[in-house]
Write a protein that binds this ligand. Structure first.
Ligand code: GRF
Length: 217
């Protein structure tokens, strides 16, 4: 492990592309803001740029290429097998572009989270920045949620809000939201690892009290 620190808590991060959220999580582990180690980065895309970053920082990487499996069930099982080899405390989806089955999500109750670039439940799925502009929204942001089989539909933990400015483009909005994503995801990952956030069924608890509304940062 090139970057030094060894913690008992390990995080597996699943990516499909650039991996800037994964990098932010890794940096917060290195500087101690998150008391854990990114021990494993998995991608369904062999070309994901984030894999190069992980390799350069001595993080174990695995490619589970969805195109090599006959169906979603076989892919999800291979993905889970790869995750389970490292026994992570938390599995963080960070720009992971596959919808996961109930068989998969049920395997990680309270341990599987995702970040999405919108104020969920508004604008699930892709192209959220375009949708915000097309809808004339005044506010935008990002959300962290426990993962369920429903696309971007799992129980909400927290969100960050940004204003939509008159001259915004999808790119300018994406940049502004991404900065918030990097801060929010690390904060919530830390809270999950500390046991502050938990999930039972479709309900989120904060320090064992039901969280009626997602926390806003
Ligand atoms: C982020 O906006 C994330 O919320 C979304 O996909 C993007 C991934 O960016 N799901 P990166 O790969 O973390 O840079």
């Amino acid at each position: 492990m090139k970057d030094g620190k060894r913690n008992s808590k390990c995080i597996s991060v699943l990516i499909s592309g650039r991996g800037s959220n994964m990098q932010a999580i890794h940096q917060r582990c290195l500087d101690g803001a998150i008391d854990a180690t990114v021990s494993h980065v998995i991608s369904n895309n062999p070309q994901a740029a984030g894999l190069r970053y992980a390799e350069q920082h001595g993080i174990t990487t695995t490619v589970v290429d969805h195109r090599k499996y006959d169906d979603k069930t076989a892919f999800d099982r291979a993905l889970a097998d790869s995750i389970d080899e490292h026994q992570p405390s938390l599995v963080a989806l960070a720009g992971f572009m596959r919808v996961l089955s109930a068989e998969f999500t049920d395997r990680y109750p309270g341990r599987l989270i995702n970040i999405h670039p919108s104020l969920l439940p508004r604008h699930r799925g892709l192209n959220t920045h375009r949708k915000v502009l097309a809808g004339g929204d005044r506010w935008h942001g990002c959300s962290v949620h426990f993962v369920s089989p429903a696309l971007d539909g799992g129980p909400l933990i927290a969100r960050s809000i940004v204003p939509v400015l008159p001259d915004d483009t999808p790119d300018s909005l994406s940049d502004r939201v991404l900065q918030k994503e990097h801060m929010l995801y690390s904060k919530i990952i830390s809270g999950c690892l500390d046991g502050d956030y938990s999930c039972r069924g479709h309900s989120v608890f904060y320090r064992d009290m039901p969280l009626r509304y997602p926390h806003t940062f």
